[in-house]
Write a protein that binds this ligand. Structure first.
Ligand SMILES: Nc1ncnc2c1ncn2[C@@H]1O[C@H](COP(=O)(O)OP(=O)(O)OP(=O)(O)O)[C@@H](O)[C@H]1O
Ligand SMILES: [Mg+2]
Length: 243
């Protein structure tokens, strides 16, 4: 089996709320430049893992998260958010135009996004230039998701976290977003960590997979592992017996 450089490494990571363990201890890596899909039953802790990856949540003491070999806690929060971008299922937008949304990450840094750059990011995600001045509220679900992905590109994030970004989309839009993410991964070498409920999607677009069950990283490896898992709980999950 190949060895991979880790983009993000978890070492004995636990996370609890009011003393109740939610996840861990988890030890494992998200390989750099690869697409890793994160799968597991509802409530397994997938979103929690993602939020730990960009500092939205802080692990319990004792464990360690390294982002490109640096302890996450030593990174300046805005630098971390730039390096590790995030897109969510409902692609939340601020009121205003598509341009207002695309330029948001730079406005937060008191910088401006030239319109020509905004247009090229739009084109990069497959939206026409004249969408720039459309109201964000007038976009379809698939178009919102494309703007949300373009917004992470504006920041030149090296790592993209995606939480069920295609679950609310129809099949056609889902396919478009899948090929868009694959293209971003190939073009920019971006590390992708993608939560999905769709195991067919996990196998077809993922290079690598993490299977989380009840807060534990039960199985990990190249995406083919989902076709013939070793762990009995993962076998049950793949058969649809664990929801
Ligand atoms: N703020 C909170 N307070 C209490 N429990 C929480 C909180 N956030 C998450 N949890 C619990 O932590 C566990 C993991 O939640 P998480 O959202 O990470 O799961 P998930 O795998 O993303 O699930 P889903 O597939 O349904 O999105 C769940 O049991 C959830 O109820
Ligand atoms: Mg979740």
């Amino acid at each position: 089996m190949r060895t991979y450089e880790p983009a993000i490494h978890f070492k004995d990571v636990r996370y609890s709320i009011d003393g109740n363990p939610i996840i861990g201890p988890i030890t494992g890596s998200f390989p750099a430049g690869q697409i890793t899909t994160l799968v597991g039953p509802s409530g397994a802790g997938k979103t929690t893992v993602l939020k730990l990856c960009n500092g939205l949540l802080t692990p319990d003491s004792g464990g360690e998260i390294l982002v490109e070999d640096r302890p996450i806690g030593s990174m300046e929060p805005t630098a971390l958010r730039r390096k590790v971008g995030m897109a969510l299922q409902d692609a939340p937008m601020v009121n205003g135009s598509v341009y207002d949304n695309l330029s948001l990450p730079l406005r937060l840094q008191k910088k401006e996004l030239p319109e020509t750059d905004a247009v090229s990011w739009l084109e990069d995600v497959g939206l026409p230039a004249d969408y720039l001045h459309k109201k964000a509220t007038e976009l379809s679900g698939g178009q919102r998701q494309k703007v949300s992905i373009a917004r992470t590109l504006v920041n030149h994030s090296d790592i993209l976290l995606m939480d069920e970004i295609t679950s609310a989309l129809d099949r056609g839009s889902r396919r478009e977003i899948e090929s868009l993410i694959t293209r971003i991964n190939e073009k920019y070498g971006t590390t992708i960590i993608w939560i999905t409920h769709n195991l067919e999607q996990a196998t077809s677009i993922g290079d690598y997979t993490w299977v989380l069950i009840a807060g534990e990283l039960v199985e990990t490896g190249e995406s083919g592992i989902l076709e013939d898992p070793v762990d009995e709980r993962v076998r049950q999950f793949v058969r649809g017996e664990l929801k």
